[in-house]
Design a protein around this ligand. Structure first.
Ligand SMILES: *[C@@H]1O[C@H](CO)[C@@H](O)[C@H](O)[C@H]1NC(C)=O
Ligand SMILES: *[C@@H]1O[C@H](CO)[C@@H](O)[C@H](O)[C@H]1NC(C)=O
Ligand SMILES: *[C@@H]1O[C@H](CO)[C@@H](O)[C@H](O)[C@H]1NC(C)=O
Ligand SMILES: *[C@@H]1O[C@H](CO)[C@@H](O)[C@H](O)[C@H]1NC(C)=O
Ligand SMILES: *[C@@H]1O[C@H](CO)[C@@H](O)[C@H](O)[C@H]1NC(C)=O
Ligand SMILES: *[C@@H]1O[C@H](CO)[C@@H](O)[C@H](O)[C@H]1NC(C)=O
Ligand SMILES: *[C@@H]1O[C@H](CO)[C@@H](O)[C@H](O)[C@H]1NC(C)=O
Ligand SMILES: *[C@@H]1O[C@H](CO)[C@@H](O)[C@H](O)[C@H]1NC(C)=O
Ligand SMILES: *[C@@H]1O[C@H](CO)[C@@H](O)[C@H](O)[C@H]1NC(C)=O
Length: 533
């Protein structure tokens, strides 16, 4: 009887979740490499070396058992690495498929990470907490150790279900879509996503996957490397939000992949590049790059509010590998939460992990002891504020962020009634200040939610931020709007965690991003690191 009731409840949940782009707009995502997030009881906590490129022992169960760490920081969704069966066999020159991206048979789960029941249990627990589950899927390619491999182990067993072998030529779009990623050590045979049988098998597979595991959204690996017209069919069948990896730092090259003829959204590589340009220390410290990218993005992307904002992921160097000053992290991170787009935090970012790119950016999380760091606390505050704003009555989510100021060392962005003032001067105190002209009236009472300091607005709507104690980010909210937020001494409204759904909105236009500003480092990363993701 109890079982039947449980089953009934779960089937209701299944209908209730499966989220649309609009429902994802207000979410905040924590990205996880399943193998690296948490260890089972009794495992050796000192054994994992990211440089060894092998399994460390994380599972779907260990994620389920450690969701408090994620939810306490205010995240309302998790994105987990791929769940399908991977290459099984001898170690390759790039180690073992601990990351889950070396697909062999999509029809089976990866038993390294648990059983079907374990994955369902994770999904149910995520939903019980009012959170969403996003699963990473690899559609573009499978993995093989030769270009004349035996196809019998693969889901697609016919030669014509793959494009013929050729190495990718990145100056040729057809080649990017049809040739093989990887290299001659590890081939990534390119699935023929123009083939009708492939399309129909992929669409029925994804529909079934989403329903069976009650998945709310998909992150799509190497989305740029698939013919774009495949996505409306695939994501249409899935019936959930799709966000694609399009590793392009120029708005012009990235934006065509968002829209009704492509994907709901893409990861915001242009803004990632701009934030690195603007905030990384040492670095170019060019805040104009952010202003420029904002302006171009508004014109060119269909909907900037759905872009996935990030500072780190498994394909790029950790922020702290590129930038040595923690204030640079706090300021850049604040932008990813308080501007347009869906904030994404890669596990370990909150622990100041500082590995270089693949494989050093896939560190095990457990040696951090899940410490309540300053970064963790700032993330918690930003999530708390954003979750509160998302749920408010003034449609904060659909108000487009406006640039108020760009100064040599400061930038100010206003979204709805929230003014973020960010700087790249770093931790050392400096005798500098940034003056921001806001639309607020003289003497208007505001609160910086990060320090809980009160700020009165000066004449002509001016807000001055001094950096005599170092370059902290400032996030000003009208004090009377903080009632019910649970922030800075304002009582929280009596609530269960919000799963509110929201209305719609959009932007569009056209412009161009200057490639010159992308540092040599970023260019190298972008050439080198998506190949084996
Ligand atoms: C396999 O790759 C090698 C090395 O690039 C190439 O010489 C050979 O022609 C390829 N074979 C096929 C069947 O494409
Ligand atoms: C682009 O790549 C495709 C696929 O490899 C190839 O057939 C075509 O000839 C290439 N075009 C040019 C202009 O090189
Ligand atoms: C800073 O970025 C802007 C906008 O992208 C660009 O025009 C300018 O050349 C960059 N400045 C430097 C010093 O790189
Ligand atoms: C960057 O990562 C590499 C490899 O993980 C490491 O050797 C180096 O010390 C890191 N740099 C910083 C600044 O953390
Ligand atoms: C982290 O520390 C802060 C400051 O002491 C505290 O308010 C917060 O509750 C802590 N968070 C967790 C999850 O322990
Ligand atoms: C800070 O700058 C002001 C104005 O330029 C100057 O009067 C003051 O002496 C400076 N203070 C320090 C500590 O450098
Ligand atoms: C008042 O603010 C506007 C921008 O909002 C600025 O252009 C103007 O210079 C300011 N006036 C004074 C006197 O500061
Ligand atoms: C929360 O609920 C309690 C009793 O259930 C009530 O006394 C309190 O005023 C409520 N607080 C808010 C902010 O609504
Ligand atoms: C969202 O709004 C509803 C209705 O006003 C409220 O019950 C809930 O507590 C709010 N959630 C958050 C996270 O503020």
């Amino acid at each position: 009887m109890a079982l039947i009731r449980l089953f009934f409840l779960l089937s209701i949940l299944r209908v209730a979740f499966a989220a649309t782009a609009e429902q994802w707009r207000g979410r905040s995502i924590y990205q996880i490499i399943v193998d690296r997030f948490a260890l089972p009881d009794g495992a050796d906590p000192t054994a994992c070396d990211a440089g060894k490129q092998t399994w460390c022992g994380g599972t779907w169960n260990t994620i389920k058992d450690n969701l408090d760490y994620i939810q306490s920081a205010g995240f309302t969704a998790i994105w987990i690495s791929p769940v399908s069966q991977n290459y099984v066999g001898e170690r390759t020159p790039y180690g073992d498929p601990y990351h889950g991206y070396w697909i062999q048979d999509i029809s089976k789960l990866n038993d390294r990470f648990g059983t079907a029941d374990d994955l369902k249990a994770l999904s149910d627990e995520v939903h019980r907490r009012g959170m969403y589950l996003m699963v990473d899927v690899v559609v573009n390619n499978v993995m093989a150790l030769s270009n004349t491999t035996d196809l019998s182990k693969f889901f697609f067993k016919q030669q014509e279900q793959y494009h013929p072998y050729c190495p990718v030529d990145y100056s040729n779009l057809t080649s990017e879509q049809n040739c093989w990623l990887g290299d001659t050590n590890v081939y990534l045979p390119d699935v023929n996503t123009q083939d009708e049988t492939v399309v129909s098998e992929y669409t029925s597979w994804v529909k079934d996957l989403v329903q069976t595991y009650n998945i709310d959204g998909l992150r799509i690996d190497a989305a740029k490397h698939v013919n774009t017209d495949f996505w409306p069919k695939f994501c249409g069948a899935a019936g959930v939000f799709c966000i694609g990896e399009v590793y392009e730092t120029e708005v012009d090259n990235c934006s065509p992949y968002q829209g009704p003829e492509a994907l709901d959204s893409v990861l915001n590589y242009p803004m990632y590049a701009a934030l690195t340009n603007g905030f990384a220390i040492p670095g170019q410290l060019n805040l104009s790059a952010i202003a420029d990218t904002m302006a171009q993005s508004k014109k060119k992307f269909k909907d900037v509010g759905l872009l996935g904002n990030f500072l780190e992921n498994h394909d790029v160097s950790r922020w702290a590998n590129v930038s040595v000053d923690p204030q640079s992290l706090y300021n850049a991170m604040t932008f990813t939460f308080m501007s347009d787009g869906i904030p994404i935090v890669y596990y370990g970012q909150e622990q100041y992990f500082h590995g270089a790119s693949d494989p050093y950016n896939r560190e095990p999380l457990w040696p951090s002891k899940y410490t309540n760091t300053t970064a963790y606390q700032i993330i918690t505050t930003l999530n708390k504020l954003r979750n509160f704003l998302v749920n408010g009555t003034d449609d904060w989510l659909h108000s487009e962020a406006q640039l108020l100021t760009t100064a040599p060392h400061g930038i100010s962005v206003m979204k709805g009634n929230v003014v973020s003032i960010l700087t790249n001067i770093g931790s050392p105190p400096a005798n500098t200040s940034v003056a921001v002209y806001t639309p607020w009236e003289n003497n208007y009472a505001t609160t910086d939610v990060l320090s809980c300091r009160q700020w009165a607005v000066g004449s002509n709507g001016t807000v001055d931020v001094e950096y005599t104690k170092g370059g902290q980010p400032v996030v000003l909210v009208p004090s009377d709007q903080l009632k019910g937020s649970g922030l800075c001494g304002y009582e929280a409204a009596n609530s269960t965690k919000s799963t509110a759904s929201m209305a719609s909105g959009a932007t569009s236009g056209l412009s161009r991003f200057d490639a010159m500003m992308t540092s040599a480092l970023l260019v190298l990363l972008s050439l080198g690191s998506f190949v084996f993701n």
